[in-house]
Design a protein around this ligand. Structure first.
Ligand SMILES: Nc1ncnc2c1ncn2[C@@H]1O[C@H](COP(=O)(O)OP(=O)(O)OP(=O)(O)O)[C@@H](O)[C@H]1O
Ligand SMILES: [Mg+2]
Length: 271
């Protein structure tokens, strides 16, 4: 297996490229999410490393992209899911490599860290980063230098780390699976993303937002959401948070077509 055969795990976007409506819109109506947005905005321009803690599907990556835009850092936003980093090739994927190095690739590659130079590196599920890479990551951030695999000289880098986690990082430190110093590096800039069930004021605005997006995509006229369906949406516990809400609305629209969405169109398993 060669390094080049690895599937790309990142996608990057330039801040100057036109963003899709989905990347732009941030529906934050509930007082708790407005507080979160204010804190994110205040921290954005500081350039501090941040951690975003929240359940799956709450919108951590959307918030990280918002922070990047508001930071006015000129470089790219590079998103990497640490759960998908291979223990074998992870160091070369993250830090890059030089041609002919023992990764078996002929050409050099910048790696995700280098690609985020001047911008933001978003590490999703950072607790899943292989342990040896945790300390290498911290060293690169602190020294602002990176060694590509196979290189003898360090390259200067300026990277802002935004890390996301759905597990409690302090507990991961206590369990010995997460680097204590990396945790300390991240913990001043914590953003706690409340679960959707704790932000009831966001549920209907988000439902309307997703209804609008999907109706437009499907070329359907919107008949709205009935009061009974609205009550059911607000009473649900949303274990999959905003992503689950989007899926429920999308499916309800497919069932209802141009009729009003009623409780019979909502698939809400498990209360
Ligand atoms: N406040 C919001 N306004 C509009 N769309 C949102 C909002 N929050 C989340 N979404 C949408 O919900 C989906 C899930 O968001 P995102 O991928 O950012 O969540 P996540 O916390 O990173 O999830 P995971 O834990 O699975 O990585 C995305 O399609 C995102 O665009
Ligand atoms: Mg995510």
């Amino acid at each position: 297996m060669t390094f080049a055969a690895n599937p790309p795990l990142t996608f990057a976007e330039s801040d100057r490229s036109p963003l899709s409506i989905r990347a732009k819109a941030l529906v934050f109506v509930d007082a708790r999410s407005q507080q979160l947005r204010e804190r994110a905005e205040a921290l954005a321009s500081t350039g501090m490393p941040l951690s975003i803690l929240g359940e799956t599907g709450t919108g951590k990556e959307l918030l990280a992209r918002y922070v990047h835009r508001r930071s006015e850092r000129a470089g790219l936003f590079v998103a990497v899911n640490c759960a998908a980093i291979s223990p074998q090739w992870g160091e070369a994927e993250l830090f890059g490599h030089v041609g002919g190095a023992h990764v078996g690739a002929a050409s050099s590659r910048a790696g995700w860290f280098g690609s985020a130079n001047g911008g933001t590196l978003y590490l999703d599920e950072i607790a899943d980063l292989p342990r040896p890479l945790q300390s290498k990551l911290l060293a690169a951030l602190e020294t602002r230098e990176v060694y590509r695999v196979g290189a003898s000289q360090a390259l200067p880098v300026d990277v802002r780390l935004v890390a996301a986690s759905s597990v409690d990082l302090a507990r991961a430190v206590a369990a010995g699976t997460f680097d204590e110093r990396l945790h300390a590096y991240l913990c001043d800039g914590q953003l706690l993303f409340p679960a959707l069930r704790q932000r009831i004021g966001d549920i209907l605005p988000l439902a309307e937002y997703f209804l609008g997006i999907h109706a437009q995509r499907l070329g359907l006229a919107i008949a709205g959401i009935s009061p009974a369906a609205q009550a059911a949406l607000q009473a649900h516990s949303w274990p999959g948070n905003t992503r689950e809400l989007e899926n429920v609305i999308h499916f309800a629209l497919l069932l209802a077509g141009e009729e009003e969405i009623g409780p019979e169109h909502l698939q809400l398993p498990g209360g």
